[in-house]
Design a protein around this ligand. Sequence first.
Ligand SMILES: C[S@@+](CC[C@H](N)C(=O)[O-])C[C@H]1O[C@@H](n2cnc3c(N)ncnc32)[C@H](O)[C@@H]1O
Length: 211
Amino acid sequence: MQNILTDQINYYRARADVYDESISSGLETFDIGKSLLSKLGKFDQILELACGTGIWTETLLNMGNHVTAVDAAPEMLKIAKEKFGDERITYQQADLFNWNPDKEYDLVFFANWLSHVPPNAVDDFLSKVKKSLRKNGVIAFVDQHAPSDADKAIAEKEIYAKRPLAGQEFTIIKVFYDLEDLERRLEGLRLKVSVEKFGENFFLMRGKQNE
Ligand SMILES: C[S@@+](CC[C@H](N)C(=O)[O-])C[C@H]1O[C@@H](n2cnc3c(N)ncnc32)[C@H](O)[C@@H]1O
């Protein structure tokens, strides 16, 4: 498993330069997700995990005072920094499987990341996220609840996908988590959960700390 998690980082490091172009056909769907995300309100300190090139960071900057943007791939962080500078963003390079929150946040957000977390690591990851919440803090995340045709074409077994890139082939984790299962996991962390589907196969899930 460790090899696959390393391959997954290497895949995104290699893809950083072409990432924005490669997801351009999905931008309209993400615009719907961004407007749902904006409706969560205003926050002071925001943590964005697996920020990539910053596709969602601009929306987060409009929702809060300061964003801490974390990703394992320096190439991704470099592109995000070129786009948004560092006046209201702190960039942190970290492997989220060996990460611990450095402080508490009002909103923790991640997009297209949970599907890359293997099932046996989901609870550990979500409880770390919960630990990084301030009182009345919110967790929100966007992901796919079902595979697209393109996902089906490269699926390998239940949790792996083979991703070809520039003459190489990488193996990554790709899991389409059941929404009810995710809701139960968040409720187990004493979060009040709501979920909204958008586009063909995306969702935004929100978990708010019970008072
Ligand atoms: C599908 S991209 C999502 C990027 C961005 N959130 C978006 O929606 O466009 C997955 C991101 O996870 C990052 N990543 C992969 N493995 C990681 C790890 N172990 N720790 C932190 N980030 C990781 C990749 O570098 C990549 O930026």
